[in-house]
Design a binder for this molecule. Structure first.
Ligand code: CMP
Length: 139
């Protein structure tokens, strides 16, 4: 059953290039409410734990390196059908395949530096949100 919560991280490339405000505005204009957000630096242990599911993939070390290269912004978002609608808003993982006007089409450079993360299921949205925020922080 679809829930109304998803989880995102505005990644270090997008923050470094000054795209944070435009990306948050695009998210809000698309009907999402920001329930929790923080600017934070991930260490390798935190980034590796978040992406644990990818630990055996060849890109894992590069992914952890990239996610620890600068500040990022984890956020919890609310909207009806949040997970599916947010994945449409951000576009395909590889920006070369991202539909015109999506966040990755507009702001991402490569599959590694792809500007933004979005949960791929309700279960992962709940797990990922609780990795960065306590229940009382999601008001
Ligand atoms: P994200 O949605 O944050 O989930 C895992 C990340 O790994 C993904 O975005 C990409 O930035 C990165 N990545 C690098 N190479 C690949 C790949 N071949 N397939 C999937 N994700 C990849």
């Amino acid at each position: 059953m679809a829930t109304n919560i998803t989880f995102t991280i505005i990644k270090p490339d997008a923050i470094a290039k000054g795209h944070t405000g435009k990306i948050i505005d695009q998210i809000i204009q698309a009907g999402f409410t920001v329930k929790a957000a923080k600017l934070t630096y991930l260490d390798a242990r935190t980034a590796g734990g978040f992406y644990d599911i990818h630990r055996a993939r060849p890109f894992f070390n590069d992914l952890v390196s990239f996610m620890t290269s600068g500040p990022c912004m984890p956020m919890v978002l609310e909207k009806e059908n949040a997970v599916a609608d947010f994945r449409i808003l951000i576009g395909a993982t590889n920006p070369k395949d991202a539909a015109v006007g999506t966040i990755r089409n507009l702001y991402a450079d490569s599959i590694d530096a792809n500007a933004i993360h979005g949960s791929d299921s309700d279960e992962n949205a709940a797990r990922e949100a609780s990795y960065f925020f306590s229940a009382v922080e999601i008001f």
